[in-house]
Design a protein around this ligand. Structure first.
Ligand code: SF4
Length: 373
């Protein structure tokens, strides 16, 4: 069977900028949204091709739903014309609870979108206000219900952890409210990115310290398990194996083509990207003239680093097939040390970090792979 690849389409518009956000997005304007749609259609028509099927399409942002169903479906149709989408292709739309109507959702579902990922973040209004989100918890709940009524059977919600003044109770409220309603939860730790308003306001003063953050993370993992979610990656949890196919592709070091300013690709063994520059993308006759090389990709180091984010970890058989020249002994020796401290598990077939290992994943992965850099 032919290898498949994934398609990522970046929609760089938001109604307003959340104070912690470092993703590339600009304030929405209808005029630019229309110009951008045309630029994406041009980019898709001229996109590099591969004689391989596409099994996941992901519209991320930004806030993609702001483009409206007509534009989003025109872009999806162009993607279908350019590439060969599999019958079971997972087609995801990132959405914001403050920007969704039932009518629009129905059109998107009928037009082919079959997975929706909603940026809920919290079920406590006070925390949502602190995060600068435009929705309330009640609106987020209603948004999930609307998605279900519109026919979405694969719904994901985001939960943000380690936010200012967050408590176990607020995580419990989130789980009580949303876990029975959805198939997937992404639970990310808030990271204060340099240059954001949160960084300028030194918001970390109000955030849980390292020890409390670890407690909140472990609490969230346990709560999500209670509701039937299995952890499959550091920050991702799914019921009944409904993993995000698109994101698993990143962690499996598989190929994907990213289109739009700030979108990254792993394509023909190379890492490539578009700069965070909407204006240039809008003006370009051929947007691929702006596609920049970021060097070779897919080394053993990179593969192992990404796979170790997954609870499944590294399968030694896969490593040997993919990198026959790599000696796994140094890795296994380091893994034995981590195992003694409860940070990793290893048997004949595989090596994976434990939940405690995930808490110190950067240091643990570095330790495992230091002789392969
Ligand atoms: S809605 Fe999402 S992409 Fe837009 S500013 Fe907020 S966090 Fe960033």
């Amino acid at each position: 069977m032919k290898q498949s690849f994934g398609l990522y389409i970046h929609i760089p518009f938001c109604r307003s900028k959340c104070p912690y956000c470092d993703f590339y997005s600009v304030r929405y304007s209808d005029e630019q949204a229309e110009q951008y749609t045309q630029a994406l259609l041009r980019a898709l028509k001229q996109a590099p091709r591969k004689d391989q099927p596409v099994d996941s399409v992901y519209f991320g942002g930004g806030t993609p739903v702001l483009l409206g169903s007509a534009r989003l479906l025109a872009i999806l149709e162009q993607a279908k014309e350019q590439f060969s989408l599999t019958d079971d292709c997972e087609i995801t739309l990132e959405a914001n609870p403050a920007a969704m109507t039932l009518e629009e959702l129905r059109k998107l579902r009928e037009g082919g979108f079959n997975r929706i990922s909603i940026g809920v973040q919290s079920a406590v209004d006070q925390q949502l206000r602190t995060l600068g989100r435009l929705h309330t918890a009640a609106q987020a709940k209603e948004a999930v219900q609307l998605c279900r009524i519109a026919g979405f059977h694969n719904i994901s919600v985001d939960l943000m952890l380690a936010t200012p003044n967050q408590t176990e109770e607020s995580i419990q409220i989130f789980c009580q409210t949303f876990c029975p309603m959805v198939e997937h939860v992404s639970a990310y730790l808030l990271k204060i990115e340099e240059g954001t308003p949160f960084s300028r306001r030194q918001i970390e003063r109000f955030c849980p310290d390292e020890e409390k953050t670890a407690d909140l993370y472990l609490y969230a993992v346990r709560e999500l398990e209670k509701y039937g979610f299995s952890q499959y990656e550091i920050s991702n949890f799914a019921k009944n194996g409904r993993y995000s196919r698109h994101n698993v592709r990143y962690w499996d070091c598989s190929e994907y083509l990213g289109i739009g300013p700030a979108a990254h690709s792993f394509w023909n063994g190379e890492r490539r990207y578009f700069e965070r520059d909407l204006e240039s993308f809008l003006k370009a006759e051929n947007p691929w003239s702006l596609w920049l090389l970021d060097g070779k990709g897919g080394s053993f180091f990179e593969y192992a680093m990404l796979r170790l984010r997954l609870t499944e970890g590294l399968r030694f058989e896969d490593c040997a097939a993919r990198y026959p020249q790599v000696d796994l002994q140094p890795l296994k020796q380091q893994a034995e040390q981590l195992q003694k401290h409860g940070l990793a598990v290893m048997d004949e077939q595989h090596l994976a970090l434990t939940v405690e290992g995930f808490l110190v994943s950067n240091a643990a992965i570095w330790r495992l792979l230091e002789s392969y850099d």
